[in-house]
Write a new protein. Structure first.
Length: 172
């Protein structure tokens, strides 16, 4: 899209990393496109950046309860988690180096989803996950509203979030 007059687009940066095996041989080259979010200003470029996480006390109680009842605890990691959050604000980024459209070199990208580096990426992911869970018959905990709970006949599902990881715990 053409660059907006009232919104300065953010710049992007490529990060490169090599993954090594136990003999220090490169087995995979990895790259990640990130936004230089340190240029964002609160109240102008974003409103919410805080993403609540489960309180440590709540996590300890859940794990103690699972141990007491001999429940099995499962954990998961959502890969590229921040890329799933839908943005509420209009966020524009410059075309990344090496991928500039020759026909429209001054155009920018308008993001629909969050990218790593955006200040609002954690909050966007929290909103996305919470909305999904609430729509699927989970309810918020009374002591810790970051815990969303769903009871089944002989199971209880309590997903909780720690930074950008979601520990999904199923207790049969």
């Amino acid at each position: 899209v053409p660059a907006p007059d009232n919104n300065k687009p953010l710049t992007l940066k490529w990060l490169f990393k090599n993954k090594h095996d136990e003999e220090n041989t490169v087995i995979r080259n990895k790259s990640c496109l990130v936004v230089r979010g340190y240029r964002q200003e609160e109240g102008i470029d974003f409103e919410e950046s805080f993403a609540p996480v489960a309180r440590m006390e709540a996590i300890k109680i859940i794990l103690a309860y699972a141990a007491h009842k001999s429940f099995t605890v499962f954990q998961m990691d959502v890969k590229t988690v921040f890329l799933h959050g839908t943005l509420k604000e209009d966020v524009y980024v410059c075309q990344p180096k090496g991928f500039i459209d020759a026909d429209h070199p001054s155009h920018v990208f308008k993001l629909k989803k969050a990218l790593y580096g955006l200040k609002q990426a954690p909050h966007a992911w929290y909103d996305e996950l919470s909305t999904f869970l609430l729509q699927n018959h989970f309810f918020k905990g009374t002591t810790d509203p970051t815990l969303l709970i769903r009871r089944f006949v002989d199971e209880i599902l309590v997903p909780f979030r720690n930074v950008d990881d979601g520990g999904n715990n199923v207790f049969p």
